[in-house]
Design a protein around this ligand. Sequence first.
Ligand SMILES: NC(=O)c1ccc[n+]([C@@H]2O[C@H](COP(=O)([O-])OP(=O)(O)OC[C@H]3O[C@@H](n4cnc5c(N)ncnc54)[C@H](OP(=O)(O)O)[C@@H]3O)[C@@H](O)[C@H]2O)c1
Length: 223
Amino acid sequence: MYAVVTGGSTGLGYYIAKALSKRKYSLILISRNEERLKKAAKELNAEWYALDLSKNYLKAGEIIKKIRPAVLVNNAGFGLYGEFSKMSTKKIIDMINLNITALTHLTKIAFEVMDKGHILNIASVAACHPQPRLSVYAATKAYVAHLSRSLIKESPPQIKVSYVLLGPTKTDFFKNAGMSTKAFKKIMLSPETVAEKIVRSMFRGKKRITPGIIYKLYCLGRC
Ligand SMILES: NC(=O)c1ccc[n+]([C@@H]2O[C@H](COP(=O)([O-])OP(=O)(O)OC[C@H]3O[C@@H](n4cnc5c(N)ncnc54)[C@H](OP(=O)(O)O)[C@@H]3O)[C@@H](O)[C@H]2O)c1
């Protein structure tokens, strides 16, 4: 049985892929950097595709159509920190294309072709409250959470949709977003621990997964 993990070469996606590999899934990793993909694929005995999903999501959709995975993890995503008016328009569009358009397209294809399986969408606790200086990123993650909530209600019984409201986690996310981790240092989650919890919760049929008690409280009654 195949599991597709976008952004599965590094960060949270790598550990989610590892947790799925432990459960005997044949992995397909999709992200941009070939070196990192090759390294992760060798370690996890995975197939890989080097694709920029902010542009080539239709190609990724074809892969999903062909292999009809039992698990799709929409994990690839990035943040953009800064004043709204000063953000790079190109980066905003790339982020919307990756965090929203690619995720929506791949989820739709999975709905079309999956016989039975799980779709796991990685949102963020940032979706649950206004986030000045993370405005567009937070809005993309609110979209992911809300799309997932609707699909949970709409999905046929054989397709289980789950979404993750993830809190600050020790990956390259902050560096890539141009954001300091100072404020979160003491409450950062470990990607390895969190990935295992997420995968376990998904297979138990949990729909809204919020690792960490402080983040559960932060998101209480929202998203
Ligand atoms: N870390 C946190 O604190 C945190 C909190 C809440 C939510 N999240 C969400 O968790 C998910 C995983 O992030 P992370 O923390 O693991 O960050 P990360 O370490 O920066 O990993 C991001 C992954 O996405 C891939 N990626 C980025 N842009 C891509 C593109 N255009 N096309 C294809 N793949 C792309 C990256 O690989 P390449 O660079 O090789 O493409 C990498 O594998 C994201 O959706 C993020 O928004 C993270």
